[in-house]
Write a new protein. Structure first.
Length: 234
């Protein structure tokens, strides 16, 4: 996600994809505490998250895409998607509104490199953006290619993400959550698409993803059935 520092409103640029969701948690962009690189803000971005579990403030998130914009103070509804849930061969090849599951997994690996000695946060951020928006980041534009944020280190990280994501088990991504926006609301999204962010771990205010509730319900049903069998035997 980028913020155009020259604008009075200071918009964040990003893009996104989206499986349809049943739960509606709310994200409100309250600021960005990352540095400005090539005129745009990089990770971390600060949010207030409101959901059935309450409200979490000053939650830092990472943006996965470069080509969309959202303004400070703007709110929208989202639902959580566990990256480990799509970290299978089928999930990786599936398309989520035009983006592959593999892109999410690769971005999740890069997300886990923030605040490490691997590279600066800005280089990691530009590498993340390049996974889903390679046409923009790899364009022959000196502002972003080599001379700018997408320097040699960021390019190496983007290439490394594919290798590392393929080698790691789903458990590596257990706490990585993509927050998928609901596009059915009345907001006019930039270029017709909403934004997507990643967080680790999932904030307490966020509702469980539908698949988690299904698994929970199945488990409870099985427990109930087993208990009934034991009662009958008694």
């Amino acid at each position: 996600m980028r913020i155009k520092s020259a604008l009075a409103i200071l918009s964040l640029s990003l893009a996104c994809v989206l499986p349809r969701a049943s739960f509606a948690d709310t994200l409100t962009l309250t600021g960005a505490t990352g540095s400005v690189v090539d005129g745009v803000y990089v990770y971390p971005y600060v949010f207030t998250i409101t959901g059935p579990g309450g409200t979490n403030t000053n939650v830092t998130l990472s943006c996965l895409n470069f080509d969309r914009e959202v303004s400070f103070g703007e709110s929208w509804t989202v639902s959580p998607l566990s990256i480990s849930a799509i970290d299978t061969s089928a999930g990786r090849s599936a398309m989520y509104d035009g983006e592959s599951g593999l892109s999410y997994v690769e971005d999740a690996w890069l997300f886990n490199q923030y605040n490490t000695s691997v590279a600066t946060n800005s280089e990691i951020q530009y590498a993340i953006w390049s996974i889903m928006d390679p046409g923009t980041i790899n364009a022959s534009n000196s502002s972003y290619n080599n001379a700018g944020g997408f320097d040699a280190t960021a390019q190496h990280l983007a290439a490394q993400a594919a290798t590392m994501a393929a080698a790691l088990p789903a458990s590596y991504f257990a706490n990585d959550i993509a927050l998928l926006p609901d596009p059915t609301g009345s907001r006019t999204w930039t270029n017709g698409q909403p934004q997507i962010f990643m967080v680790d771990p999932m904030p307490s205010s966020i509702a469980p993803e539908p698949s988690s509730l299904i698994l929970l319900g199945t488990g409870l049903a099985g427990t109930f059935a087993a208990a009934r069998r034991r009662l009958r035997k008694a």
